[in-house]
Ligand binder design. Sequence first.
Ligand SMILES: [Ca+2]
Length: 188
Amino acid sequence: MKHCLAVLLLAAGAVNAAELLTEQDFESVAPYLPGWGAGYKQTYKPATAWKIPFLIALDESDAHSGAKAVKIAYVAEAASGEKIFHSPGIAFPEASAGEARRVRIRFYYRLTGIPAGALYFSPMEINGQTKGKRILSKIPLNPTEEWSPVEYVGKLNAGAGQVQLIWANTSDKVPGALWIDDVSVELL
Ligand SMILES: [Ca+2]
């Protein structure tokens, strides 16, 4: 059944080309990561404004592409609770009535120091009526020293206006680090 689905998706892709909405390799982005943010215990700030319980910055030690990736370093000793890093809102073009749409999100990541099952990727769909709901699937990210790809394809609800990409760490363990590179969002 999975095989059949893959063939159908390929066939659909051949008819309707994917529309690239955003692509971020972090090579030419400003060091303050405009639009990217982070939250902890109900407080949300620009990503690079945080010092505790995480530090977020461009990192040039081992990028997936080019020279730069973004690194979220979990640093505080008392860091209980969910720690969230998120992208800017990525807008979808307006849908025609009854149009079935899907989104494809891809990125590469490395993860160290965080136990398996504690960090997950969770795209959030935003529309005009609701503030935002994590109605798309959560994808747990396992620790990996090597850059690993993630690809998510999900159906969009009618009225979906934006998607925000969220990486949430629920672990209390520190230190740890998450690196992200080559993020893309496509409308299928
Ligand atoms: Ca890069």
